[in-house]
Ligand binder design. Structure first.
Ligand code: ZN
Ligand code: ZN
Length: 774
């Protein structure tokens, strides 16, 4: 590591730190790699090659051409390579070749965010502007902001539409007859930043895409899907699930990269500060990141710092500016903060300020992750693991100017997943096991989409059979929503337009609207299921990084009324949970350990909440009188026999705390193997469960019908348990803290917890999974 650019920056940041207490847990220099070039494909019109040449692009990289070749040959393809590896070319080449060669054909581009779509439209427009012949493609955005007149124009004239899954569902598929001309000529569907389609949003998007393919085929087209994604495990499998058809993948990144030094950083414990149940408290990731930002700027490094909340980004920028005011006052004014919700003009201004060097350091929320043209920085500091390996690389990829050396520092938050990653760099840097998880088979998501599909075109018996949706169709027919006729299933008479009932980003089932009473503005929605634990009266609700306090939760009207306020505390619900097993989907045994994937009904009741200061100290406990809620979902469950537990040294007294602590840590680590957030899942541990008669732990999906997380946990159980055991035993605390077994969402005030017992349980499971020979 000596001599690398990143090592020098780190040395500056660690100046004056006792090497014994260094917060750096790992430093790795990823060497520079050279480019692998390819020739322009023979099928590409020389005029298109000339257009790219005019913009300074003379030789493409091999992965770009490999992916473009697959698409041009008619194979659905996904290109999953790093940030700034030119993935756009993979779709632009076949699209331009086909659309310029055939005067009627069309293409549809989908992005998960508006900013990204705008960015990609700009890129295509620049290419088209080089040649007057190209103008006839008339690319155009088609989203919620497009006015009615422009929409009409786009439908009649545009041959490349830039839209999003929401608009595709509501604006195009719901009235697809008006789009017949566009759809029957549809040659390519571009699905950009595919890894964003996960969880319930992923399931909705998958069904929207499958409906698009169905409607386009019925109109006579046979479109090819070209997808782009950040690096993830099994991208072809992900795309195949998304579109319901086989796909191929291109994963070898052949773009050149500069030397990159990655450092992992674990803030130390604060002396003499204690948190919940006397646990030690670490320095916050945001404050630590602010220090690094200041140190790097002093060294002359242009640095971007990612912080998880808006308030956090502003605090981090303030910390850095404050430190600079004392040590290098001429630099204090060159630190900025950036947050979600800025308008396009503000974004461009910020891009310019960073590009010109007017700003040297910027703290931002992950709003900058997509669709903003900032790259080529010297250093990136990430305060808290951003949740997925894909996002980590997306953020890290902002550093590295045209092959120049750069540094990336990940600062751990007090969370078991962060703890695991800073002590197991291989899981982050070399062999991530994270797969993009979503479940389009979830009946709660599938059934409303089947109604939309039937409204679009009757569901033919052979289709129902091929898609394996006969059971859901029968249920909808029995409910009187579909009607069987000779040619297939139709929407029953009197059923309104089902499209309006689906909110692609809104989760499943009923929604509670969150309204800011100070401006009468709708902030967002939350599933009824989780409303009681997140927006109960008195709760502190974070929206796009800003804090609001809930004044009233009205379940009858579906409203949570809030006002903006940044109190000194956060709230965490106290909750009772019961689980009843409905059916067992899969079950396997390993001697005294039994592992199962089960359908369950979770009954939970929020009985009050704790108010905690930002230091972790508890202010007070408030009681609430709220109704119980039931959630039909999927869970992964394990049981152990009392004899095996006793053999591992776990006594009757330590058992409840051991299972509870193991459950917390496992919930914290599930995002390592599945693209979810610990807030998407829940758990229950008990030394005797009625359905098993044994000590039992459940980890369940927090969405009706499940979002695929429990299924993924069952599938990757050994990796998951192994990582959890290492995260807990690797934490430097004595008896448990937020970095290992304490959970910010515990419904039981983090009582009882037994860290040593949890390690014993998890290691026992590991031994049993490995089998008697090991
Ligand atoms: Zn700990
Ligand atoms: Zn708990």
């Amino acid at each position: 590591m000596t001599g690398s650019y990143g090592a020098e920056l780190l040395r500056a940041a660690l100046l004056g730190t006792d090497p014994q207490d260094s917060p750096v847990t790992h430093v790795e220099v990823l060497p520079a790699t050279g480019a692998q070039w390819a020739d322009w494909p023979a099928w590409l019109d020389p005029a298109i090659v000339a257009a790219y040449g005019e913009l300074g692009l003379h030789r493409p990289w091999r992965h770009q051409i490999d992916a473009a070749d697959h698409a041009f040959a008619g194979r659905h393809v996904i290109v999953a390579t790093g940030t700034a590896s030119g993935k756009s070319l993979a779709y632009q080449l076949p699209l331009l070749a086909t659309l310029l060669g055939d005067h009627a054909s069309t293409a549809l581009y989908l992005a998960p965010t508006k900013a990204l779509g705008v960015d990609q439209l700009r890129s295509l427009t620049t290419i088209l502007a080089t040649n007057p012949e190209f103008a006839r493609l008339a690319p155009c955005t088609y989203d919620g902001d497009t006015d009615a007149q422009l929409r009409q124009w786009a439908r009649a004239n545009s041959r490349v539409l830039f839209t999003n899954p929401d608009m595709l569902h509501l604006g195009i598929l719901s009235g697809h007859h008006r789009w017949r001309q566009f759809l029957r000529q549809l040659r390519y569907i571009v699905v950009d930043e595919c890894h964003h389609y996960r969880g319930v949003f992923g399931a909705h998007t998958a069904l929207v895409l499958q409906r698009l393919l169905r409607v386009a085929r019925a109109a006579g087209a046979d479109p090819v899907v070209v997808a782009a994604s950040a690096t993830t495990a099994e991208p072809a499998r992900t795309l195949a699930r998304l579109i319901g058809e086989p796909a191929v993948e291109v994963t070898e990144d052949t773009s050149p990269t500069g030397e990159r030094t990655v450092a992992l950083w674990e803030p130390g414990f604060l002396p003499e500060v204690t948190g919940e149940n006397g646990a030690p408290v670490r320095r916050s990731a945001g404050a630590e990141a602010g220090r690094l930002l200041a140190d790097f700027v002093i060294e002359g490094a242009r640095t971007l710092c990612f912080v998880r909340s808006r308030r956090g980004a502003e605090l981090t920028a303030r910390t850095a500016a404050g430190l600079l005011a004392a040590s290098a006052p001429e630099l204090a004014g060159r630190i900025g903060a950036y947050r979600a919700g800025y308008l396009a003009d503000d974004r461009r201004r910020l891009e310019r300020a960073i590009a010109d060097g007017e700003l040297l350091g910027v703290a931002t929320t992950n709003a900058l992750e997509l669709g903003v043209d900032i790259s080529g920085l010297d250093a990136v500091v990430i305060a808290g693991y951003p949740g997925t390996v894909a996002s980590f690389w997306q953020q890290a990829g902002r550093a590295g100017r045209r092959g120049a050396a750069s540094a990336v520092v990940l600062v751990a938050r007090d969370d078991p997943l962060d703890t695991y990653l800073v002590h197991h760099p291989e899981a982050l840097l070399h062999k991530p096991v994270e797969a993009t998880v979503f479940d389009p088979r979830n009946p709660y998501v599938l059934k409303p989409h089947l109604l939309c599909a039937a409204a679009e075109l009757p569901l033919r018996p052979d289709e129902v059979e091929r898609l394996g949706v006969a059971e859901a169709v029968d249920e909808l027919t029995a409910e009187g929503l579909l009607r069987r006729r000779k040619a297939g299933w139709y929407l029953a008479a009197g059923v309104g337009d089902p499209h309006a009932d689906i909110d692609i980003r809104g989760g499943i089932g009923g929604q509670i609207l969150i309204v800011d009473t100070s401006t009468s503005q709708l902030l967002g929605t939350v599933d009824t299921v989780r409303a009681l634990s997140t927006v109960h009266t008195g709760a502190v609700h974070i929206h796009q990084g800003a804090a609001y306090v809930v004044d009233d939760l009205d379940l009858d009207d579906g409203l949570a009324l809030v006002h903006p306020e940044e109190p000194e505390w956060t709230t965490s619900p106290r909750e009772t949970t019961e689980i009843e097993v409905v059916t067992t989907a899969h079950e396997t045994g390993y001697g005294p350990l039994r592992l199962a994937l089960v359908e369950v009904t979770v009954t939970s009741q929020v009985v009050g909440y704790l108010r905690k200061l930002h230091t972790g100290e508890i202010l007070d406990s408030v009681e609430l009188d709220l109704p119980a809620q039931t959630l039909p979902t999927r869970a992964v469950r394990y049981t152990l026999t009392p004899e095996a537990l006793a053999g591992a040294g776990i006594t009757d007294v330590s058992l409840p705390g051991a299972l509870h602590a193991a459950e917390h840590a496992m919930i914290g680590l599930l995002p390592l193997v599945a693209t979810c957030d610990r807030w998407d899942i829940g758990g229950l541990s008990t030394n005797l469960h009625a359905d098993t008669g044994l000590p039992t732990v459940y980890v369940y999906d927090g969405y009706p019908g499940g979002a695929g997380f429990a299924d993924r946990g069952y599938e990757a159980f050994a990796d998951w348990v192994g990582a959890t055991a290492e995260a807990v035993s690797g934490c430097g605390c004595d008896t448990g803290c937020p970095s290992c077994v304490q959970s910010p969402k515990c419904g039981n005030g983090n009582e009882p917890l037994d860290k040593a017992g949890a390690i014993a349980v998890l290691e026992l499971i590991g031994r049993l999974l490995a089998g008697p020979d090991c």
